[in-house]
Design a protein around this ligand. Structure first.
Ligand code: A3P
Length: 274
């Protein structure tokens, strides 16, 4: 009989809180919640369901605080968290290198068509502020079709700009990009790539998803994999988007053209909308 296995059973399987081995660092409004919810259906993944905001806001609270935000896990499980603000935050990448000096941290970035992302951000902020301003009111400088590039929801969509900062600290094979447009259409494909990236056995498959026609046909994950009452996302996800003028779309398309093609090149990804 094998001594090692007994040793492992006695100590290695104890439930405890562990630091993340993989973090969804962004991007805001690209499907970060759906991605975390779906990947945490995997038996070997546990995740903090709250946004922890350690590297951007709570860093001063220290590592023990961070670890305490994590759920209990077994030694063979991967602990995860998601905080979409990390991606655009100036110091998050550097701080992560300070925290995770001796474990191989894996980073996941989900991105979608930046125009749709901006609309999603706009819908969220007008819902919160109960504002009547149109999308165009934010996008353009008053009475013009000149882009107001100081408006943060537009800036965020230039994913390339922020990515170069992450590359200063992390290598390509530590960062995985998820196509947020495909996560809505064929989530099992994106989940397959994520499971491979995390070196997990492939558990989450096409048969585990269904489309909820009451929720603008967004995908949900089946209950036997996800142990809560509902495998769909809450009411703040999948909001109705307003119609945007074709002219606005054309101008924005042009605005994002360089960012998109640079990202495509540097990250070596080939998403259909890029
Ligand atoms: P909208 O609510 O504007 O449609 P995040 O979780 O990063 O804030 O992203 C929110 C977006 O995730 C939603 O924006 C929605 O389009 C997208 N999404 C992706 N998959 C989804 C799913 N299965 N259910 C609901 N929303 C999903």
């Amino acid at each position: 009989y094998n001594n090692n296995s007994i040793f492992k059973n006695n100590t290695g399987e104890i439930n405890q809180r562990r630091l993340p081995k993989a973090i969804i660092i962004g991007v805001k409004k690209c499907g970060t919640r759906a991605l975390l919810k779906f990947i945490s259906a995997h038996p070997d993944v546990v995740a903090s369901m709250n946004e922890v905001h350690f590297f951007d806001q709570n860093y001063y609270r220290g590592l023990d605080w961070y670890r305490n935000q994590m759920p209990l896990s077994l030694s063979n499980q991967i602990t995860m968290e998601k905080t979409p603000q990390y991606y655009i935050h100036n110091r998050s990448a550097y701080r992560m290198t300070q925290t995770f000096s001796n474990i191989k941290l894996k980073l996941i970035v989900i991105i979608r068509d930046p125009i749709i992302r901006a609309i999603s951000d706009y819908v969220q902020l007008t819902t919160k502020r109960k504002s009547n301003l149109t999308f165009e009111d934010y996008v353009f400088i008053k009475n013009s079709t000149i882009i107001n590039d100081k408006w943060i929801p537009l800036k965020i969509g230039c994913y390339y700009h922020y990515f170069t900062k992450w590359l200063k600290y992390y290598s390509f094979n530590q960062i995985h990009f998820v196509d947020g447009e495909n996560l809505i259409k064929r989530p099992w494909e994106e989940l397959l790539y994520v499971q491979k990236f995390l070196n997990l056995t492939i558990q989450i498959q096409q048969k585990h998803f269904y489309f909820n026609h009451y929720k603008r046909s967004f995908p949900c994950i089946r209950n036997q994999l996800y142990q809560t009452k509902n495998g769909c996302l809450g009411s703040s996800k999948g909001r109705k988007h307003p119609d945007i003028k074709q002219e606005t779309r054309t101008i924005l398309k042009n605005y994002y053209k360089t960012c998109n093609s640079r990202l495509k090149q540097i990250a070596q990804i080939n998403f259909s909308w890029l």
